[in-house]
Design a protein around this ligand. Structure first.
Ligand code: GLU
Length: 276
């Protein structure tokens, strides 16, 4: 049975791009007789806003979607810690005390998620007084798992190349997991068989597939849908001023009608689908 999910982070209101993403994941599950899950990705204790999960549930109901909710990430921290410990003892993680400013000062190459960490702390002693993150030693990880592929419904068969990110953070200085570790573990724990998310997160799969191999997790398929762009060609973002779903609801817009228009590829003025 196909199991898809919508996994928003509660650090701002949902916008039209999220609505599109939720509708895509929901409809694939419905069309294939499967399940559609909602998972609140509140790993970021500082940026997560406590009122947002309820707002998200109201948004989804307003769009006419039905879902099953699985536990939020904040309830799974112990699990992330245990897995991080395991990877650390396997010698696959190393401590890093570098700050963003220190990394930027090294003028690193840029990858899909920003600066590619140049490995400064790898193999070094670290100052236990400083906050520490744990980074994946990507070369070691790749030596362990060999070639890894994934089936992507939108992009075909892909070969994972996590080197595009360098040694990513798996345990943050301020949280027991990064998005990569938490989302990969949760998709497995929640029985997700088809990871549905925007094409903007496509590159993340390079890392997630390698983590799945290292941890012996089941391998889902992937569906990366095109994302919505605003009139300037930029992706809609929580922090820019694309009207939120909550605002549209308050303004009396019909959510089911909006969902139907998104399904039909009819977008409000100025909004378009990337590469469409
Ligand atoms: N929590 C992520 C976000 O809101 C989505 C993660 C995912 O779908 O894998 O961007």
């Amino acid at each position: 049975m196909v199991v898809t999910r919508f996994a928003p982070s509660p650090n701002g209101s949902l916008h039209l791009g999220h609505a599109y993403s939720a509708v895509v994941a929901h409809d694939i599950a419905r069309e294939r007789g499967g399940k559609f899950l909602l998972r609140i990705e509140d790993i970021d204790g500082v940026r997560s806003l406590p009122e947002k999960p309820d707002e998200f549930r109201e948004d989804l109901a307003w769009l006419g979607l039905e879902w099953e909710e699985v536990p939020a990430q904040s309830t799974r921290l112990v699990n992330y810690e245990e897995v991080a410990q395991f990877l650390f003892h396997e010698g696959l993680l190393y401590p890093c005390t570098c700050t963003r400013a220190e990394i930027a000062a090294l003028e690193p190459r840029l990858g899909p998620e920003g600066a590619i960490y140049p490995g400064t702390c790898k193999g070094q002693n670290f100052d236990p007084e400083k906050p520490v993150s744990l980074r994946l030693d990507v070369d070691k990880a790749l030596a362990r798992v060999g070639e890894v592929i994934w089936e992507d419904e939108t992009n075909g068969v892909m070969v994972a190349d996590p080197r595009v990110f360098g040694d990513v953070v798996l345990v943050r200085k301020d949280a027991p997991a990064s998005y990569h570790l938490a989302a990969t573990l949760d998709d497995a724990a929640d029985g997700v068989t088809l990871v549905t998310r925007g094409q903007d997160l496509f590159a993340m799969t390079h890392i997630h597939r390698v983590l799945q191999e290292l941890l012996g997790l089941p391998v889902p398929e992937y569906h990366h849908h095109p994302i919505l762009l605003d009139e300037t060609g930029q992706k809609l973002a929580k922090r820019r001023n694309s009207p939120s779903l909550a605002q549209r609801r308050k303004d009396g817009e019909d959510g089911r009608e909006l969902a139907a228009r998104l399904r039909a590829g009819e977008f409000p003025a100025g909004i378009s689908l990337a590469n469409a």
